[in-house]
Design a protein around this ligand. Structure first.
Ligand code: IPE
Ligand code: IPE
Ligand code: MG
Length: 248
């Protein structure tokens, strides 16, 4: 069987793919398993899709792993997820290095349990030299939290005289966001079928192409990922212009 990978135009691969990894709980429920089993299986998908993204030449892969709102889930589930992060990072670090993948993280570090944060920090340091894919985990992240922090930092710098209010423009805002070192996502994927953005990268997805699939995250395969990229390649990104202007 030829893979969809072969059909992908290597000259038009999205530089940044962002994914709302949803449906772990429903995947587990379908099988009469505990929700946490769905999260365990979801980690295997993270591994698979990180590989797929590297294979196709994506430069940044941002995965929404835990939202600010997810702290309000039952404590058992939150604890299981945080524990899973510790185990998964520990297990996967050697392969990340081998595959030249650099780990990054966006989110409210202060709310993360110390053990998970330490593991993540160690893995970020251990992979800092990697030059292939950047795997960017959104943990304890929400876009409203991020934008609020950026506004606070801009206001603080304005009071200190480091920035003049009249000079604040959209690039200024970009610089104060947690994603300042990355291009905006070209493609936003949501698994699990819900048609909403759930407080993810609200500023940065202004012109992202959106791809939603009913497939639950634990079932999301490399071929499904390649299918999303092929769909992306069939879209015309107009950025507010007319189609005629683009072909001129
Ligand atoms: C996404 O799966 C993972 C996290 C939010 C941590 P869910 O746990 O939200 O799964 P569903 O949406 O309930 O199926
Ligand atoms: C979005 O999924 C957050 C993550 C994937 C981490 P949720 O399951 O939390 O989103 P809602 O509640 O369906 O909007
Ligand atoms: Mg969900």
């Amino acid at each position: 069987m030829t893979s969809l990978l072969d059909k992908i135009d290597r000259g038009n691969v999205p530089a940044h793919v962002a994914i709302i990894m949803d449906g772990n709980g429903r995947w587990a429920k379908q099988r009469s398993l505990d929700r946490s089993e769905g999260h365990v299986e979801g980690v295997n998908t993270v591994r698979r899709i990180t590989e797929a993204a590297s294979e196709v030449g994506v430069k940044y892969l941002t995965l929404y792993a835990f939202s600010t709102e997810n702290w309000n889930r039952p404590q058992d589930e939150v604890d299981a997820l945080m524990h899973l992060i510790v185990i998964a990072i520990e297990r996967e670090t050697p392969d990340l290095i081998k595959n030249n993948v650099r780990l990054a993280m966006i989110g409210d570090f202060d709310r993360m349990p110390a053990e998970a944060l330490n593991r993540l920090r160690r893995c970020m340091a251990d992979t800092a030299h990697c030059t292939g894919l950047t795997l960017n985990l959104a943990l304890s992240y929400s876009a409203r939290w991020e934008i609020t922090e950026a506004v606070r930092a801009i206001a603080t710098d304005a009071v200190k005289g480091k920035i003049a209010p009249a000079d604040i423009n959209s690039e200024t805002v970009d610089r104060y966001l947690t994603t300042s070192s990355m291009p905006d996502p070209d493609l936003l994927i949501r698994t699990g079928g819900d048609k909403r953005v759930s407080n993810f990268l609200l500023w940065q997805i202004a012109y992202s192409e959106i791809y939603i699939t009913d497939i639950f995250w634990p079932d999301f395969s490399k071929e499904d990922f390649f299918r999303a990229i092929l769909e992306y390649q069939s879209r015309e990104r107009r950025f507010g212009l007319t189609s005629e202007q683009l072909t001129k």
